[in-house]
Design a protein around this ligand. Sequence first.
Ligand SMILES: Cc1cc2nc3c(=O)[nH]c(=O)nc-3n(C[C@H](O)[C@H](O)[C@H](O)COP(=O)(O)OP(=O)(O)OC[C@H]3O[C@@H](n4cnc5c(N)ncnc54)[C@H](O)[C@@H]3O)c2cc1C
Length: 443
Amino acid sequence: MHRVVIVGAGFGGLSAARALAKKPVEVTVVDQRNFHTFQPLLYEVSTAGLDPADVAYPVRAIFGRTPNVTFRYGTVDGVDWDARTVSLEDDDPLPFDSIILATGAVAKYFGIPGAQEFTFPLYTLADARILRDHLLRRLEEIDAHPELINDGTLTFVVVGGGPTGVEVAGALAELLDVSVRHDGFKFDRAQAKIIVVDGLNRLLTPFKVSAATYAADTLRRRTVELQLGRMVKRVTPTCVELDDGSQIPTRTVVWAGGVTVDGTVASGLGALADRSGRLVVRADLALPDHHQAYAIGDAAAVPWGEDRPGVTCPQLAQVAIQSGKHAAEQIVNRVKGKPTLPFRYNDKGTMATIGRRAAIAQFPSGMVIRGTLGWLSWLGLHLIYLIGFRNKITVLVNWSWRYLSWTSGPRIIVGDELPANPEEEDHGVDQPAHQPETVDSPA
Ligand SMILES: Cc1cc2nc3c(=O)[nH]c(=O)nc-3n(C[C@H](O)[C@H](O)[C@H](O)COP(=O)(O)OP(=O)(O)OC[C@H]3O[C@@H](n4cnc5c(N)ncnc54)[C@H](O)[C@@H]3O)c2cc1C
């Protein structure tokens, strides 16, 4: 039987595996985590709106009853193209006839001093849980020592004004509101600062200007300060320095400044890559030099297809899902001796939320829905996708109740206080870049 190895159980890898279920191939999905992460809701976990288990699902539970799909828990550290094997850290290599590379991306720091060491990225479930613990600790700290307000304990900087930055900033404002209104914190809410910094002069570049203006106005109304047209020059454990020389004292910098494939396993395979490290693929999504290998999702420079020749798709869940399915179908075509077909992206629009009852949904026609209607569309779509993975109506009921009744959010500190970077003075702050990759076990 034709052996297919899928590296990565993100949106792309799972979509490919689903498309190969019950087909005449033997599929092994490999991932360094035993669960799928629903990244679009990580910001909710990081701001204590949702539990980690609400946005993660065990891969084995998805394919446990699919006879031709198995799961291997392991970290891939290379591919031997001649031997056609995938090498795993601390384990025997896995042979393949076809391979789908779906390893996603990681945070990009642009070489900014201190960014990697002293900011909180938001890409994995562990990142989100670590950030949540850190935020809640800062609130406890300021409650016990109100004088710490002067050293930035109640100042939260979000670097990046794209969808993730906007979503985090909006949700952070809500966390602060709910902490004061419902949790008995005594700090002066008006003195808490959330600052979004972006080098461009507007937020949300994938969206129309009117939608970006709506997002900016909504954030400002929710007490978020925008520092647009400003670049971050340096980050230290106690401040962020901007390109105009100004310094923002803070203990918390959330990094939503972009992603890259450089540094992931995909970038070390000796395959052709573009400037951001994404694997270059042919029209049918196979690697130009390895026709039995396909790259999909964030890890690949996925071509938009005949509707927009020469254009590369953005790194979005829909692109990963559609490219995963397409790669799987091409493998089946090859197994059946049929020619492979070019990929064609079906753009279904883009969404971003700015907080409860405020979101924007932009459709390919250019139409934008915003406000409560936009938020309800956003909520409905995300619920549908989560149900797709969990397939249980009870989860929908529990999850939506918790989401809608925000006072019941999981505002709990789970992890231990992490040791400060030994090379730095002990400022009592978490050091995100040195965190172990542990997360709450799904409840
Ligand atoms: C915070 C955040 C918010 C987002 N919000 C949205 C949104 O609202 N809408 C939207 O469309 N998109 C959103 N995105 C983008 C979207 O999540 C990605 O485009 C999508 O997840 C890409 O899917 P993928 O399968 O390519 O990669 P991923 O989903 O990142 O999956 C990659 C998988 O590969 C595994 N892996 C990596 N390296 C190895 C290795 N060496 N060995 C084994 N396994 C490995 C990882 O553990 C992971 O499970 C968001 C992304 C982030 C980070």
